[in-house]
Design a protein around this ligand. Structure first.
Ligand code: SF4
Length: 75
């Protein structure tokens, strides 16, 4: 799994940080960023929860980074 935040979409709702505080953090602007692009196995359920709860679908998850398609393609 790889994950990133589409900061052009993020509205700073903070749900991702609440779901996975070890993976996401809001910066001084209030927008979120991923602290790691490659979450550990034990972090992945909370990353999926964050992606499902983000109101603007700004948490982008790629499950197969080795695939030929764009790994950041929105699932
Ligand atoms: S839940 Fe979505 S909108 Fe809210 S801070 Fe996280 S990425 Fe941004």
């Amino acid at each position: 799994m790889r994950v990133r935040i589409a900061r052009d979409l993020c509205v700073g709702a903070g749900q991702c940080e609440r779901s996975a505080p070890d993976v996401f953090a809001q910066d001084d602007s209030g927008l979120s960023r991923a602290l790691t692009e490659a979450p550990a196995a034990e972090q992945r359920p909370s990353v999926r929860e964050a992606a499902s709860l983000c109101p603007v679908r700004a948490v982008l998850v790629a499950d197969d980074p080795d695939a030929r398609r764009d790994p950041w393609e929105t699932p």
